[in-house]
Design a binder for this molecule. Structure first.
Ligand SMILES: NC(=O)C1=CN([C@@H]2O[C@H](COP(=O)(O)OP(=O)(O)OC[C@H]3O[C@@H](n4cnc5c(N)ncnc54)[C@H](OP(=O)(O)O)[C@@H]3O)[C@@H](O)[C@H]2O)C=CC1
Ligand SMILES: CC(=O)N[C@@H](CCC(=O)OP(=O)(O)O)C(=O)O
Length: 348
């Protein structure tokens, strides 16, 4: 029997993103799973923290350090933002050929001032951005040794708006209102994520341009047109474990009809395996993408308001983080881009 040839490590294996990475990597035919690291949970068996990862139940988490992470072909970092820069620098110095894929925000933004405003502290740098569906991005990721995986809201918002912005059929001034399930906030205990706070409740947060994904969405869309795209982003927290539903809109520049806009999207995503434009009139739902690496999209025109409306659904942990990270690993290593990934969701 042929043995898997790519040895990977996951830093942050006790967290939600790390757990989803491992769920996907267990099904990847080329991957051998090496070191699994944690912080407060170092020393614990993975089975006590991620009991759904049955084949890895007896694996013990080790501390997150150069010693535990070096010597792998690929290292995935699934750490709180601000924690990837130092370990990435150590890995780069020790094993320059190791592919490092950061699920956090540390290397996503090109503008240090934007980093400082929304995150604070040292800007670690800028790595190739792991959204292959953006024009020219797949080429940048092929053979890359450093990749910054996009944020979950930016993934679905960018893919929902990119074709319209690139084609100039909407003004460079967009609105995104996106509802997320609670796993988007990570596994660490926080009072606002208690069941009694979340169940039966929907709430807005980061309102008024305050959310740290605003500069990331702005950066992505502004690359598609001249000048800066203005982005008004409002996130909502809703009582479901996984998924994001983003409603995106912008004023039309001309006389495009719903059919014209749909055509632009159909053409833009015709060859994208993980972007699924639904048949006209059918609207995305989060349950259709649960566990899958797909983004589901629909688009139309509100004739009275003369605005384009695009709705996108993504699983924040799959295509919104871990699936994107695996897709990027495949590209970096010259493998089939979809290896180990599925377009099939779990519904209901
Ligand atoms: N959840 C999501 O939907 C998405 C998450 N991401 C990004 O992925 C990264 C991980 O997120 P998520 O899994 O949700 O978060 P979790 O809180 O669920 O997990 C965080 C992980 O990091 C470890 N950790 C905590 N503090 C430190 C530290 N100081 N040094 C080293 N390791 C540490 C934790 O270990 P321990 O438990 O042992 O303390 C745990 O394994 C974040 O950067 C997040 O922004 C990106 C897109 C979507
Ligand atoms: C519901 C919820 O709290 N979501 C998180 C999004 C986390 C995420 O995916 O973003 P990063 O990868 O940039 O951390 C938030 O709004 O901060």
């Amino acid at each position: 029997m042929r043995m898997p040839s790519i040895k990977i490590a996951v830093a942050g294996a006790s967290g939600y993103a790390g757990g989803e990475l491992l769920r996907l990597l267990l099904a990847h035919p080329e991957v051998e799973i090496g070191a699994l690291t944690g912080a407060s949970n170092a020393g614990q068996p993975l089975g006590a923290l991620q009991p759904h990862l049955v084949p890895l139940a007896d694996r013990v988490l080790v501390e997150t350090s150069l010693d535990t992470l070096r010597g792998h072909d690929v290292v995935f970092l699934a750490l709180p933002h601000g924690q990837s820069g130092d370990i990435a620098a150590l890995l780069g110095a020790a094993d320059p050929s190791t592919v490092v894929i950061d699920c956090g925000a540390d290397f996503r933004l090109a503008d240090p001032a934007a980093w400082d405003k929304f995150y604070g502290g040292n800007h670690a740098g800028t790595w190739p951005y792991g959204l292959p569906e953006l024009p020219g991005q797949r080429e940048q990721l092929t053979g890359a040794t450093r990749i910054a995986v996009p944020g979950c809201y930016p993934t679905v918002s960018t893919l929902s708006l990119a074709p319209a912005v690139a084609a100039g059929i909407v003004e460079p001034d967009v609105t995104v209102v996106a509802a997320s399930g609670t796993s988007g906030a990570g596994k660490a205990a926080k009072p606002h994520l208690l069941g009694s706070e979340v169940m039966g409740n929907a709430s807005a947060y980061g309102v008024g341009g305050a959310h740290r994904h605003t500069p990331e969405i702005t950066q992505n869309l502004s690359k598609l047109t001249e000048g800066t795209v203005r982005v008004s982003f409002t996130p909502l927290l809703v009582p479901m474990p996984r998924g994001i539903l983003a409603t995106c809109s912008a004023k039309l520049t001309g006389t495009a009809t719903a059919d014209d806009v749909y055509e632009v999207y159909a053409k833009a995503y015709a060859d994208e395996p993980f972007v699924h434009l639904l048949p006209q009139g059918q609207w995305p739902q989060t349950k259709s993408v649960t566990g899958s690496n797909s983004v589901h999209l629909q688009v139309t025109v509100d004739e009275d308001a003369r605005r384009m409306i695009a709705v996108g659904a993504v699983d924040n942990l799959s295509k919104g983080t871990a699936g994107a990270a695996v897709q990027c690993m495949n590209l970096a290593l010259g493998l089939d881009e979809g290896l180990g990934l599925s377009t099939v969701g779990v519904a209901p």
